[in-house]
Design a protein around this ligand. Structure first.
Ligand code: PSU
Ligand code: MN
Length: 302
């Protein structure tokens, strides 16, 4: 098989301990070195401190590893030959024995195969601005409609069209839960202004929601929108200026397809003098803590 679960993760799964999946695109294509590695390791530490076991997922020489070790995470942070792998890319990278960093979509698939319910990321992909013309809609959304993984995120990346993304999620039957919040979180900022139907006050409520969906056998993911802490946010008006500039730059340089998201994130970080990178890091830490708490609560229920 092309899938390998680390000893630590396997032991935790067999003992019904809380396990939290983590993606690797964020490391290889979402942040610059060395912050990417520092953050990936710190996220694992936060999850451990909450009493859960982290499982960072990535593909090495065609083998999907569930639970990368420190040296491997370091390699994902440094190597330049790592492909960004979504659902459609998985068979290619596996059969060609390449290295691949998994996006939200691919990480969901692999987490489900390994038997991990909870997965922590920064912000999911979505419908790009002008997506109604370009049809650029992240495969993350379709994945959420069909794969049984709970994704903890700080909402939808603000570089996207949040309103269209939320509509798409509704059409695809994806449950979106606002943790202690009424509105969808907007990645760099706490509030998109777009109302969510379900607000959850406690991790117990969230765990019950997940368990109910699974017991009832309604296939598909669950999206937890966990706003960035207020003190770490960049207000919408402020960040939007830079997003507009970065979007123009992408157009001028004719950046397309899967290169768009990494291009925008990197350029916004330069334009904001790393302020956006700092917010991106803080929101991931915040998600790691919540994800671990949800996983722990879930392990009590089963
Ligand atoms: N969240 C972050 N940084 C990232 C991503 C999410 O804080 O780099 C990645 C995820 O892997 C997500 C991907 O699946 O961006 C979306 O890419 P696309 O728009 O090409 O589907
Ligand atoms: Mn796309």
């Amino acid at each position: 098989m092309n899938i390998l679960i680390s000893e630590k993760v396997l032991k935790a799964l067999n003992n019904n301990q809380a396990v939290v999946a983590l993606e690797s695109t964020i490391i290889s294509h979402g942040m610059p070195y060395p912050q990417n590695v520092q953050v990936a390791l710190q996220v694992e530490k936060i999850i451990e401190e909450e009493g859960a076991v982290p499982a960072t997922i990535g593909i090495i020489n065609g083998v999907a590893i569930i639970g990368l070790n420190k040296e491997e995470i370091e390699a994902f942070g440094q190597r330049k030959d790592i492909l960004k792998v979504s659902r459609r890319d998985l068979p290619y990278v596996l059969s060609q024995k390449k290295w691949g960093a998994t996006t939200v979509a691919a990480t969901m698939i692999l987490a489900q195969k390994a038997g991990i319910e909870v997965f922590v990321t920064g912000g999911i992909g979505g419908v790009h601005r002008l997506g109604n013309e370009t049809f650029d809609i992240s495969a993350d959304l379709k994945e959420l409609s069909q794969t049984n993984t709970t994704v903890v995120c700080a909402g939808v990346k603000a570089i996207l069209d949040l309103k269209l993304t939320l509509e798409y999620l509704e059409t695809m039957g994806v449950s979106v839960l606002g943790y202690k919040s009424n509105n969808l979180a907007a990645f760099y900022s706490t509030d998109s202004g777009l109302p969510l139907d379900y607000r959850m006050e406690t991790v117990q409520e969230i765990a019950n929601f997940i368990k109910t969906k699974r017991v009832f056998k309604i296939d598909g993911g669950i999206l937890i929108s966990n706003p960035i802490p207020k003190k770490d946010e960049i207000p919408n008006e402020e960040i939007n200026k830079y997003i507009e500039i970065a979007l123009k730059l992408a157009q001028e340089k004719n950046i397309k397809g899967k290169d768009i998201t990494p291009f925008l994130l990197a350029n916004i970080a330069v334009l904001t003098k790393q302020k956006s990178l700092n917010a991106n890091i803080k929101l991931i830490y915040n998600n790691a803590k919540l994800g671990a708490q949800i996983a722990k609560e879930l392990s009590k229920l089963s």
